[in-house]
Design a protein around this ligand. Structure first.
Ligand code: NAD
Length: 510
């Protein structure tokens, strides 16, 4: 585990994890890993070439027959041990997340907890794989359905949750009896290696879980290799769409979660102070780099909008921003990279050009002591739905206030947006909340809850261009995605003894 635990060290090399051990691979390319809070290089990550990717797939293929035959109870026992090990190392893993991603330590710890909840869900796999049984579907004929593993599964994950998003996938996949190849983000790859080592320590046989670092070259092999049966993807919408269409064209089952632009509707009867508090965490936590971040506050009526902006302004100006490794109690860290910082500040400039009112311009906040990719929080008022800062995903600490005259307009603009990941309504009116939950074209809805991320035993996923494929992640949909249903219809010897003759017509049960 030494590799993953080293601190800020330029010499650190993050390698692949294939067949139970670290592997350099035959790829000639590598990328630097940065600490976004300092801007310094803290290691390099090897990028897999085609041969190394095939090697990881082959390891998973070879481990499959053995692992799929391990009883669900014994697979669950590995998950129980893994859960305890992650808990034991939680602070260490969280520091690694903060070091490579930049999110503040408490936020990193929270992400890990949400990931662990999926492991806890996977510990219940014997109960989840019970299947169905019908006695006497016909005279002396019984039917039962069994849920069998699909085979080698691949997971391709984004930078913004280097622990939680992979943990949405592999615990369920492995507990269902599949083997797994994880291709994490090349921007913060260290955590996945750490988790691989803990899985080995928990007793997972070699080859069941493999980590492959890389970019498009590795992803394209995962999407086309006939030995990969299923692909789970989380990332931006253009890549999600590409992964979905390419994977499906090669006969795989695919679930591909994409980008977001989440709206929080503030009704006239909502308490503006409560709504503002909720918006601060949901809009600026993790520097807005969350797929469930709220990036649009839809204020119903000018009175609500004025009160909300008044509440938000001092809070946004006073955001506690800094290096999460050096300080505790911070609210926000840096963005992931220099390139992303430029993109986000470019959107702030664009918003002003488009005519939005910059109540707080985060670019004006300076960080003389910090060399990393920092910007302050930005608050825009009077944003309109034709502006690019409204239509496009910025993925940074930028909150747009859109003023609408009534509830119907609020619902209409949420429904007309191309993304449909998460949304929320803040109100004291149960009828409005109930109607909103039913009318809104979004996969995850909060009622006075700003970030309605479903718990592990429910499923996570958006609608519209936030998700390609029918099945969401973890929870019941996760089990459906990682299993294939087989239905056996059986008649036992008595029927044969009675001399069942040939039947030439579509069989019907008598
Ligand atoms: P990204 O799409 O750039 O990368 C995601 C993964 O795809 C990475 O592993 C990356 O290496 C790989 N990839 C990148 N370009 C590729 C290409 N051309 N071909 C094949 N693979 C490629 O996303 P990101 O910047 O790492 O993450 C941020 C995005 O993820 C945001 O859009 C965010 O909304 C989204 N996200 C969505 C959810 C969700 O649940 N819907 C959750 C987290 C993040």
């Amino acid at each position: 585990m030494a590799q993953a635990r080293e601190s800020d060290n330029e010499e650190r090399v993050v390698r692949h994890f294939i067949n139970g051990r670290e592997a350099a691979g035959s790829g000639k390319r590598s990328l630097p890993i940065h600490n976004p809070a300092s801007g310094r290089i803290i290691g390099t990550v090897n990028l897999a070439d085609v041969a190394t990717t095939r090697q990881a797939i082959a390891a998973a293929r070879e481990a499959l027959p053995g692992w799929s035959r391990v009883t669900p109870l014994n697979r669950a026992r590995v998950m129980f041990r893994f859960r305890d090990l992650v808990e034991q190392h939680a602070d260490d893993i969280s520091r690694l997340i903060t070091m490579e991603h930049g999110k503040v330590f408490e936020d990193a710890r929270g992400e890990l907890t949400r990931g662990l909840e999926v492991v806890e869900f996977a510990c219940g796999i014997p109960q989840l794989l019970k299947g169905e049984h019908s006695l006497n579907v016909g005279t002396d004929v019984d039917s039962h359905s069994m849920m069998q593993p699909v085979g080698v599964c691949a997971g391709i994950t984004p930078f913004n949750f280097p622990a939680m998003v992979p943990m949405w996938m592999f615990p369920v996949a492995i507990a269902c009896g599949n083997t797994f190849v994880l291709k994490p983000s090349e921007k913060d790859p260290g955590v996945s290696l750490y988790l691989a080592e803990l899985l080995r320590e928990a007793g997972l046989p070699d080859g069941v879980f493999n980590v492959l670092h890389g970019d498009k070259e590795a992803v394209d092999v995962l999407l086309t290799d006939p030995d990969v049966a299923a692909v789970s993807f989380v990332g931006s919408t253009p890549i999600a769409e590409y992964v979905y269409s390419t994977g499906c064209a090669h006969g795989k089952r695919v679930q591909a979660l994409g980008g977001a632009k989440n709206h929080l509707v503030v009704m006239p009867d909502a308490d503006p102070e409560q709504a503002a508090s909720a918006l601060m965490g949901a809009g600026y936590g993790s520097a807005g780099e969350r797929c469930m971040a709220i990036s649009v506050a839809v204020a119903v009526g000018d009175r609500v909008a004025d009160a909300l902006v008044e509440e938000l302004r001092p809070r946004v100006e006073g955001l506690r921003i800094g290096d999460g490794l050096a300080e505790r109690g911070l609210e926000m860290g840096p963005l992931i990279s220099r390139e992303h910082l430029d993109k986000v500040t470019g959107y702030v400039a664009l918003g002003i050009e488009e005519g939005a009112e910059a109540v707080v311009d985060g670019r004006q906040r300076t960080f003389p002591e910090l060399d990393g990719y920092f910007t302050g929080g930005t608050l825009f008022d009077r944003v309109t739905t034709d502006m690019r800062i409204y239509r496009e995903e910025i993925f940074g600490p930028v909150l747009c206030v859109v003023r609408v005259p009534d509830y119907d307009t609020a619902v209409r603009i949420v429904n007309e947006h191309e993304f449909g990941n998460g949304t929320a309504i803040f109100t004291r009116d149960g009828d409005a909340a109930r109607q909103f939950s039913q009318d809104i074209q979004v996969g995850m809805v909060g009622v006075n809850v700003p970030i309605p991320v479903p718990m592990a035993f429910h499923s996570f996923g958006g609608w519209k261009r936030s998700l390609f494929g029918p099945l969401h992640m973890h929870g019941p949909d996760g089990v459906r995605f990682y299993t294939r249903m087989k239905t056996v219809t059986a008649r036992w010897p008595k029927g044969v003894r009675a001399g069942a003759g040939s039947e030439f017509f579509m069989p019907t049960m008598k």
